[in-house]
Write a protein that binds this ligand. Structure first.
Ligand code: TRP
Length: 332
């Protein structure tokens, strides 16, 4: 039997950017044949920051679905599911919470970050890793492809699975995190990682023209006042993007641009124009697939609905086993 993947995203936005792609989406696409893949839209987790903005959830859920399908996740292979349609998961989360030391929850770095960002100090926010562990353990996933920022949560899920199995018997496989090839893609401003809130992102939905505008305005080596000044390739976001998004047909040009940049025999504008070409080559098939699915919203809806039904069958099976293992099967 194939091993399983579970991963997912919160519907706090309706689109993905290049950083999401190299951090996690790329691994999902690559592994969809080898693993039985579940992709979860975590609307319950979105409540931790968006409980007062639930009117945006519906559009965001649709946007994430279009994003998944457009990068080439195949609905015949992947089970897409919605967290609020899987009530068994929240029940399992409660059981896991009884094994969770309070201190571990209070120490999680993501909690501090969310509180520093001004989010409300709610019990839901503290419960975040417990629910995420339940998301992973309910379909009995072996592998969890996520961005680097989520690694600690997957490690928590591992610890809690080990603890559960030791106490009650082997119910859960021990899940492993899988982090993308480029764990932190810099933003177009070179100031930090690409993010939705920082205005330094290139989106998978950006048009050719928008990509061109963003790339031509990108941060490069600030010491290069003219094309004859030898430049830095290391840590230069233009070259980081070239490495991340060029295909084999661009390889020799990438190598030659790096050499010429270091020698001071090429201008920034020329390299950026080349990057525009590379990114648009990468984005074009994504745009085409998206257009196809945008024209058929009922199909997209059906994929999520049927996926959730399928995931629920698995969730019910696991819940039955969990309750049996915990001797919570009094009425059976
Ligand atoms: N916390 C994840 C994020 O914000 C989303 C998520 C919820 C998730 N449940 C998950 C990711 C389970 C992987 C596995 O990106």
């Amino acid at each position: 039997m194939k091993k399983r993947i579970l991963t997912g995203d919160r519907p706090t936005s309706d689109s993905f950017h290049l950083g999401n792609y190299v951090g996690s989406l790329q691994n999902r696409v690559k592994l969809q044949d080898e693993y039985e893949t579940f992709i979860l839209i975590a609307d319950l987790h979105a409540l931790t920051t968006h409980f007062d903005r639930t009117d945006v959830l519906k559009e965001n859920i649709k946007g994430l679905m279009l994003g998944y399908l457009s990068v080439g996740l195949d609905p015949d292979k992947v089970t897409f599911c919605l967290q609020s349609g899987l009530p068994e998961t929240t029940e399992i989360a409660y059981y896991l919470s009884t094994l969770t030391p309070r201190a571990v929850i209070q120490r999680q770095p993501a909690l501090k970050e969310k509180l520093d960002q001004g989010n409300q100090d709610t019990v839901g926010l503290y419960y975040y890793p417990v629910l995420m562990a339940a998301d992973i353990l309910t379909p009995r996933a072996h592998l969890v492809p996520v961005g680097k920022d989520q690694k600690a949560h997957v490690e928590f899920a591992r610890d809690i699975a080990i603890k559960f199995n030791n106490l009650y018997g082997e119910v859960f496989p021990i899940p492993e995190p899988l982090i993308g090839e480029v764990p932190t893609l810099p933003g177009t401003d070179g100031a930090g990682k690409m993010g939705k809130s920082t205005g330094n992102a290139i989106y998978l939905t950006d048009s050719k023209e928008v990509v061109e505008k963003k790339v031509m305005g990108m941060y490069t080596d600030p010491n290069r006042t003219s094309p004859t000044v030898p430049g830095n390739v290391e840590g230069n976001p233009v070259f980081t993007y070239l490495d991340a998004f060029s295909d084999s047909s661009h390889q020799s040009q990438v190598t030659s641009y790096k050499e010429r940049y270091k020698e001071g025999t090429v201008g920034d504008v020329e390299v950026k124009k080349f990057l525009v070409e590379v990114l648009n080559t990468f984005l074009e098939p994504i745009r085409e697939r998206r257009k196809k699915y945008e024209e058929d919203p009922e199909l997209v809806e059906k994929i999520l609905k049927e996926g959730t039904q399928k995931a629920r069958i698995e969730a019910k099976k696991t819940l039955t086993e969990v309750k049996k293992a915990m001797k919570l099967n009094y009425f059976d």
